[in-house]
Design a protein around this ligand. Structure first.
Ligand code: GDP
Ligand code: MG
Ligand code: ZN
Length: 332
């Protein structure tokens, strides 16, 4: 196996140059466990830990490796090794860590990098009770700020009376991202994904628990590698069957990342992350009378006018404002 098979490019090679003489190897993180990582390297699959120095040097959690990262490894006997450095990322996904909002007054904010060096994201949504345009907008904003491209997959088309209407409705909020229908239980329907599965490209599956991410991965792998969850009859919600983020190599050469569902996905990023996911609102906002218009009660608001004229959906605007507020909170 060559490094390029795992997504190595000139970008990473450039940053690895200064390490070349050290005898250390570049390696890609394929799975993170509590106290160690599994990586791919030219010396094979290794179990690696941090060299003591590395943890101290890190400024914060965002400087520590996540699945998808390229790291500099010092190989050790017994298929082990030490991580000495993290190479710069071409893309990364961050969220505002959930469960940290106790305390009086100000909410705590903490960036959690979820994954790195992803080229393309399949945003998976189920056409059952999971179906929710506002959640898709949230995922599109996450991807918009990451540096990756997005493709939307509406899975479980078999559970929907009129999947084409849903596809059309999603296409209207999807900007330039393509929208496809599939039924992951029937592998043949995954053929719509073939054009995206390019050699050396890293593709992440994102979406709530139970939407069928692991089923899609197994279908593309052609074998049952990932455990599939069951969806609760009572609330229609998936259980967290996938507990790890992990990279898988497909026969055609694409690298696929399965993800556990995230119960809470609070955005972390910049206002600019909304530029693609809400392009028409951002564009209209430029013509509001006040440049700092919040599109609520201000006079001369072009966005509110568009809502009143039925050009923009009220719920979409509400979601835009909510996501903008979330992003603002992460600025300290
Ligand atoms: N009806 C239907 N069920 C599906 C489809 N794809 C997956 N499922 C089921 O949805 C459940 C959750 O799937 P899983 O792949 O574990 O979801 P994940 O949590 O996103 O990884 C399982 O019971 C799957 O068999 C589909 O296209 N149609
Ligand atoms: Mg899963
Ligand atoms: Zn306005």
């Amino acid at each position: 196996m060559a490094l390029a098979d795992w997504g190595w490019t000139d970008f990473f090679a450039g940053h690895f140059k200064s390490w070349k003489k050290s005898g250390y190897l570049p390696a890609r993180v394929i799975r993170g466990e509590k106290n160690y990582f599994r990586v791919w390297s030219e010396a094979g699959e290794l179990t690696v830990r941090f060299a003591g120095k590395m943890r101290h040097k890190a400024d914060g959690r965002q400087d520590l490796p996540v699945v998808g990262d390229w790291v500099v490894v010092e190989p050790q006997p017994g298929e082990r090794g030490f991580i000495h450095a993290l190479l710069p990322r071409t893309s990364s996904f961050s969220r505002n860590l959930p469960g940290r909002r106790k305390g009086k007054g100000r909410e705590r904010v903490e960036q959690q990098v979820i994954a790195a060096n992803v080229d393309l994201v399949f945003i998976v949504s189920g056409l059952d009770r999971d179906y929710n345009l506002r959640r898709i907008e949230r995922y599109l904003t996450l991807v918009g700020g990451s540096g990756a491209e997005a493709v939307i997959l509406l899975n479980k088309a078999d559970l929907c009376a009129d999947p084409e209407t849903c596809q059309q409705e999603v296409a209207e909020i999807a900007g330039n991202s393509p929208v496809h229908l599939c039924m992951a239980r029937d592998r043949d329907t995954l053929a719509v994904l073939t054009p995206y599965l390019k050699k050396g490209k890293t593709i992440a599956l994102l979406g709530s628990s139970g939407v069928g991410k692991s089923t899609i991965l197994n279908g593309l792998l052609g074998e049952e590698r990932q455990k599939i969850g069951s969806v609760s009859e009572s609330d229609g919600k998936g259980r967290h069957t996938t507990t790890h983020r992990e990279l898988f190599l497909l026969a055609g050469g694409a690298i696929l990342m399965d993800n556990p569902g995230m119960r809470e996905l609070h955005l972390w990023g910049e206002q600019e992350d909304l530029a693609e996911s809400f392009a028409e609102i951002e564009e209209l906002a430029l013509t509001c009378k006040f440049s700092n218009c919040r599109h609520q009660t201000e006079p001369g608001c072009a966005v509110r006018t568009a809502v009143e004229q039925g050009e923009i959906n009220q719920e979409r605007l509400d979601n835009y404002l909510k996501l903008a507020e979330e992003l603002k909170k992460t600025k300290r």
